[in-house]
Ligand binder design. Sequence first.
Ligand code: DAH
Length: 335
Amino acid sequence: MGLREDLAALTDEGTAAFAAATTQDALETARIAFLGTNGREKDLTKAFGALPGPEKREFGPLLNQAKTAVKEAFDAAKARLADVEADAPIDLTLPGPARRQGSLHPVSQVSREVEEVFTSMGYEIADGPHIELDEFNFSRLNIPADHPARDHQDTFWLSTGKLLRTHTSAVQSRVYPKVQPPFRKVVVGKVFRYEAVDATHDNTFTQVEGFVVDTDITVAHLVGTIRTMLTALLKRDDVEVRLRPSFFPFVEPGFEVDVRLTKADPASRFSRWVELMGCGMIHPEVLTAGGIDPTRFQGFAFGLGMERLVMLRHGITDIRVFHGADLRSLRQFGN
Ligand code: DAH
């Protein structure tokens, strides 16, 4: 190889080596190799010195160009590394430790929305225990021990004679003796049924219970409240609601509420009527058991399964995702 090629290689390799240096050590190694006392630049300068006069004139400018280029690359690398060093303790360009952000369970999200919708309508939030007395879960709700309605709700009984509450209606029994009308209350909480688990039934689920007692309360108030609630919670403009007469011992008259999404995919089960909740005018016996005079006050009550509502909202077709603890499912509903 001739001197011309050697000078070109010095320029190319020298500038590349300095540009690639990311540490002081790498910079120093490159400096020694290219600019050191025994480095490549010195070798070529010596070779140049041995050239005869006319060739010196030809190669002089090339040698100077190569030296300048390599020196500039060295200076630039040195300045760059000095900057990095100065900034090192707070290098904002470094990615932080990756942290996955958690999110509320889809049922918790909607529970909070339910509480917001109802508190905005003047309701107060009420609560009761999961382990409940027979009296509050059944007797005071007009479901005596020999009543066939108890067959509808297969119950987890504890050896103490207490039970896991089968519905949030039990909270009605607890609230009535403590307050005087008028009042509006909403309850969101877990309930338990001795059920075979399948796509639409779980043994543990979440209910919303609302109840209002005042003078001059009618079914029209009940229907208006349910419409308002479902429109707010389903966040759709195609929610259709239907009431069918039905029987619950703690209301008279009682209704079942079905919901249909008119714009849902015709193949989806939500394009057909889905039974969503029960409701009615609070039975006079229930008010009496709670110490409220049914000749002066009336009220309505309703109860619904939260999971059904969340399924309707997100198009989920299997209730088991809620307690399945499969984070791949739950993360899709992160807020
Ligand atoms: N407690 C009923 C159940 O668990 C739901 C229900 C029906 C609640 C009618 C009510 C009501 O307040 O009026 O199936």
